[in-house]
Ligand binder design. Structure first.
Ligand code: TMP
Length: 236
């Protein structure tokens, strides 16, 4: 499959056209940003890890009945995916308190919830990705009720799968953010990525952070944390 013109460059990935109008190639970068691009840096080897981990999870999620954009991994950093229109909604699930939840509600990090929570934010950098509820999303025509119901159903399936898979390699899935897209024929599929950039991953015993919070919070050993997740997942 040949890369044609670049269609888009985001904070962590580039997207290229291919000869097939329904297929694009995603190219993962080592660039890292936080706080809506205010903090910038590089995490060496991150692009390779995020590409491989995301593909690893998407293949298994397909088997578990969640449709995804994944088609084929082309190289360490490149993957062919279905061309989609991204729904401008970030879907966030939390199993344990952390991050903005702990801050908003004035609680400590690490409270294990009896049931997962779900929330949406409006994917809009100019507005700083504000939180919104399903009624707001429908009012703003970001999605229909049917799409939101499907997104919720798939999102909890993703949580069930990821949580139990990661537990098997000694990692607690604290929270994560996913995005969905719509294909040319109108199907809603899981898109974007599943990686230590988009999940909070804590070692189940030591509670050591194995994710992008090490970069966001200047904790050091960022590359080591990404490598450790990769090693546990794939022995690499
Ligand atoms: P939060 O606690 O900062 O709201 O983050 C919740 C989850 O979403 C966490 O796993 C990190 C992820 N996330 C992203 O993937 N992209 C973002 O821009 C932000 C703010 C969070």
């Amino acid at each position: 499959m040949k890369k044609l013109e670049q269609l888009y460059e985001g904070k962590a990935k580039k997207v290229f056209a291919t000869e097939d109008p329904n297929v694009v190639i995603v190219d993962y970068k080592d660039d890292a940003t936080a706080f809506n691009g205010l903090k910038k840096g590089t995490i060496a080897g991150k692009g390779v890890i995020n590409n491989k981990m995301s593909n690893f999870m998407m293949r298994r999620l397909e088997e578990a009945g969640v449709p995804t954009h994944y088609i084929e991994q082309l190289s360490d950093r490149e993957t062919a995916v279905k061309k989609v229109t991204i729904l401008p909604l970030e879907v966030i699930v939390r199993n344990i308190s952390a991050g903005s939840f702990a801050k908003h509600y004035g609680v400590k990090e690490g409270i294990v919830f009896d049931e997962p929570t779900i929330e949406f934010s409006y994917k809009n950098d100019d507005l700083g990705d504000p939180l919104l509820n399903a009624y707001h999303a429908v009012a703003l025509k970001l999605a229909t009720w049917e799409e939101i119901e499907l997104v919720k159903k798939y999102t909890f399936m993703v949580n069930d799968f990821l949580k139990s898979y990661l537990k098997g390699i000694g990692i607690d899935l604290v929270d994560f953010k996913i995005e969905f897209g719509k294909t040319a024929d109108g199907q809603i599929v899981l898109a974007d990525e599943i990686s230590p950039d988009t999940c909070r991953l804590w070692d189940e015993k030591t509670h050591e952070k194995l994710d992008k919070d090490r970069f966001r919070r200047d904790m050091g050993q960022v590359e080591d944390a990404y490598q450790e997740v990769m090693r546990r997942l794939m022995g690499e």
